[in-house]
Design a protein around this ligand. Structure first.
Ligand SMILES: CC(C)(COP(=O)(O)OP(=O)(O)OC[C@H]1O[C@@H](n2cnc3c(N)ncnc32)[C@H](O)[C@@H]1OP(=O)(O)O)[C@@H](O)C(=O)NCCC(=O)NCCS
Length: 201
């Protein structure tokens, strides 16, 4: 997969955001949500017939959409995360939510904690809309996260012990198991902490 991530001029970012606002056809404020203003990069990946994929900071309505995706999918169903719990996690101060847009609609989300694990970025949650899975959107969002903080040397995430498909994807993307949190969220399910070195940048 070829992933292009470029720092753009303010003018260029503004232009791209305007494009996103129009194509999403939803009401948005002129500025990104509070706390997301340090977002200064835009990623575009050519996805053939499905069109360009863009990853934007969350705007009004995005957290609620993400909470619906999250609460309606495993691992969160098995972990007992209701819509309200998911929404509370997605809007927690200190976490930054980004939305993958494709063909004018939302395709997925990724939630980032800038200093989540021992001062390094942590991918707190990532999911695609059910109809968008298995098409590279999740991989693109993870690669986006890896480029979001240019001075980070490591990045972390957790995967539930029953989520073998996601774990295989993370291993393929270069993540390695660094620890296991036994019975961490519910009894009988462990959380595997995985880390990827990002190198000296
Ligand atoms: C995990 C997830 C974010 C990956 O995004 P994606 O866009 O579907 O994945 P990609 O197309 O980039 O990569 C495809 C790989 O993802 C894996 N995958 C993991 N969970 C999947 C799911 N629920 N549906 C489809 N593919 C899934 C596929 O097995 C595939 O790997 P393979 O080629 O070895 O079979 C997405 O599938 C998803 O939202 N799953 C449900 C929620 C979830 O498990 N989130 C992760 C919590 S740690």
């Amino acid at each position: 997969m070829v992933v292009g991530l470029k720092a753009r001029s303010l003018q260029s970012i503004t232009r791209t955001c305007l494009w996103s606002q129009e194509s999403r056809n939803i009401s948005v404020p002129p500025e990104p949500l509070a706390g997301l203003t340090r977002f200064d990069m835009m990623k575009r990946v050519d996805r053939g017939p499905e069109g360009t994929l863009t990853i934007d900071p969350a705007r009004p309505g995005d957290a609620e959409w993400s909470a619906r995706v999250m609460a309606g999918a495993d691992p969160w169903i098995t972990l007992g995360r209701t819509y309200e719990v998911c929404l509370s996690r997605l809007t927690r101060p200190g976490s930054d939510l980004y939305i993958a847009i494709r063909g004018g609609g939302r395709a997925g989300f990724i939630l980032m904690d800038r200093f989540g694990v021992a001062g390094s970025p942590y991918i707190a949650a990532v999911a695609c809309a059910a109809e968008a899975r298995g098409q590279g959107v999740g991989s693109a969002m993870i690669e986006f996260a890896e480029r979001l903080y240019p001075d980070a040397r490591f990045i972390f995430l957790c995967v539930s012990s029953f989520n073998g498909k996601a774990r295989r994807l993370y291993e393929r993307l270069g993540y390695k198991l660094v620890g296991t949190l036994k019975d961490y969220i519910i009894n009988g399910v462990d959380e595997h902490l995985m880390m990827k070195p990002l190198g000296d940048r």
